[in-house]
Each structure stands twice: as C-alpha cells, then as structure tokens.
Design a protein around this ligand. Structure first.
Ligand SMILES: Nc1ncnc2c1ncn2[C@@H]1O[C@H](COP(=O)(O)OP(=O)(O)OP(=O)(O)O)[C@@H](O)[C@H]1O
Ligand SMILES: [Mg+2]
Length: 298
C-alpha cells in the first residue's frame, strides 16, 4: 500500500501525551476517574447472546458486563469464536440479547441507528459503483442527517482526515486494501456516531500496513476523540490501540477480566514492559477458567 495518503495531508501521527506509568493494571475502575455524575456512554449489562437454528442453540456470549465511557478506546480481546463479532452486532442493534440489556446514552438499544456505526474486517464493505466521496456521503443522506451539499462537504472533511484527499473521486477498485479501510473509517466517522464499532478492521492487512493503520487510528483519535469499541484477537494490537482491554474467555464469551493498558505506542513493541504485558495477557487469556453457570437451553 502506498503511504502517500498519510504524507499528503495533515494526517501525520502525533505523539500521545507521556504516560505516567507504562504497563498493565487491574481495572477496578475506569482509568480516568469519572465525575460522580458521569454515566457510561455504552452499558452492556448481563448480556447473553444466542443463535438458534432448528437443530440447536449456540450460546455466543454469556452475561457480559461492560461500561464504556466517552472517548474510551475500549478493546474486546478474545479467542476465535468467543462471541466478539456477535457482541458488536448486538451493540449495533442487529442481534437482540436473550438476557440483559445494552444502553447507549442511557437509551436501550432496540435496533440499528446512526449513533453506532460498524467498520468490518472485509475490504468489500464499500459499494463499488460509488466513488470514495459518494461512499462517505451516502449514509449521511440515507439517514436524512444532512442535505446534499452539507453531506458532500462533511464527506470531504473526513476524507481529508484519513489522508485520501487525492482519491476522493476514485472508485474502490482503484484503492489498496488499507486505503479502502480508511474510506470505511471516514464513512463511519462522518456520521459522527456516539460509538465507533470496529470488528478486526486491520486483520486482513499485511503486517506493515496494519501497524501504519493502527498508528493512524490513534492519531485520528487524538484529533477527534471519538469513543471506540475495537475487537481483536491480537494481544499486541489490543495493547497498542486500547486504553482499556476486556479479556473474553473462549466460547461462550464471558468477561474474564479487564485491564487498563497505559499508553503503549507502536514504538514500545520491542520493549521489555510491552513484552511483559503481552505475556501477562497471554497467560490470562489461556488460563483454564470455570465453566459458565449457563443453564441448559431448552
Ligand atoms: N449465524 C450463526 N449461526 C449459528 N452460530 C453462529 C453464527 N454466527 C456465529 N455463530 C457461533 O457463535 C459463536 C461466536 O461467533 P462470533 O463470530 O461472534 O465469534 P468471534 O469471537 O467474532 O470469532 P472470530 O475471532 O473468529 O471472528 C461461535 O461459536 C460461532 O460458531
Ligand atoms: Mg469475529
């Protein structure tokens, strides 16, 4: 992938503020102690999710509890099949819990809405017959958020932010995988969602591009301070992207523990602190845990 996009705009990664201490700490409370009146922007309370087929019932997650605060970069880390994507779909409003509830801004989620936008792993999430600018503007028009001119102006603003100014009138097939993911991120941010949901958005990229995209995402977060819920099964990615990380157990997913990841950056990856944190999370993820107290499904 060309890196010209990052160079051509003001979208240069900026260093994040120096952390007071690096490493992991147990999350007994959110890292930024909220004001007494502050409530989580996203509350997942006792949420169990299932798939029902004529033959059987698959429990994807079991009684998940999460509180995500405004401007958190909250990571769901867990092995394949532990229900990460299903939980994201439920938060997006595409899958209803069999128990528990999900609230965004205090309102119970009952279906999809422009306040929760998902960026998926696949590169083919953009309609190929629309240009980059049309792709980014489309949801703004479709949801009735903005008129044509305003939608176009806002689309161009976010296309600038992800460093694709020169490609605004290109079609998806003219872009690399990383560039398509940037368009998907611009499209999501342009709707100015309350929560940006990302489901392994960089997993299909080569290692170098993946690092570049992680760096760019953090730079964008520095600038826009959106609230992010990010799914990955990469421990390193979780530590770099997240300020808070929830570790999920294998299928069915339960929250095993939550840690605060203190401002690791990509340049820390080789450091002893970083590798120690990776080892700790690895141990935590793969330690044997008690079976969930799920009652058999009829
Ligand atoms: N449409 C479906 N019908 C039945 N079972 C499903 C369906 N989609 C997912 N599952 C099951 O639900 C469980 C959770 O799946 P999910 O896709 O949420 O996992 P995941 O954590 O996102 O995994 P990965 O890291 O591989 O993407 C798995 O056991 C999976 O087999
Ligand atoms: Mg998944």
């Amino acid at each position: 992938m060309t890196l010209v996009a990052a160079r051509e705009s003001h979208f240069e990664p900026r260093p994040r503020p120096a952390p007071s201490g690096r490493g992991l700490s147990e999350a007994t409370a959110p890292p930024r102690a909220p004001a007494p009146t502050s409530v989580p922007l996203l509350q997942v309370s006792g949420v169990s999710l299932e798939y029902r087929t004529p033959e059987r019932v698959v429990r994807a997650t079991h009684r998940i509890d999460l509180d995500v605060y405004a401007a958190d970069r909250f990571v769901l880390l867990g092995p394949s099949g532990c229900g990460k994507s299903t939980l994201l779909k439920a938060i997006a409003g595409f899958h209803q819990p069999v128990e528990g509830e999900i609230r965004v801004g205090g309102e119970v989620v009952r279906g999809p809405g422009p306040d929760r936008i998902v960026v998926f792993q696949e590169f083919d999430q953009l309609p190929p017959w629309k240009t980059v600018a049309q792709n980014v503007a489309f949801p703004l028009r479709a949801a009735g958020l903005l008129g044509r001119r305003e939608a176009e102006a806002r689309a161009r603003h976010y296309i600038d932010k992800v460093g694709l100014t020169r490609f605004a009138d290109s079609y998806p097939h003219q872009l690399s995988g990383g560039m398509k993911q940037r368009v998907a991120i611009a499209r999501a941010l342009a709707t100015q969602p309350k929560v940006l949901l990302m489901d392994e958005p960089f997993a299909a990229l080569d290692a170098l591009t993946r690092r570049k995209m992680q760096e760019e995402l953090l730079a964008l977060w520095d600038e826009v301070r959106f609230t992010l819920l990010f799914v990955t099964h990469s421990i390193e990615e979780a530590l770099v992207v997240g300020n808070r990380v929830a570790l999920l157990s294998p299928h069915p997913g339960r929250v095993r523990s939550e840690v605060n990841a203190h401002d690791f950056t990509l340049s820390d990856i080789g450091s002893r602190d970083f590798q120690a944190a990776v080892q700790r999370l690895h141990g935590r993820l793969f330690e044997a845990g008690p079976e969930p107290d799920a009652s058999p499904v009829p």
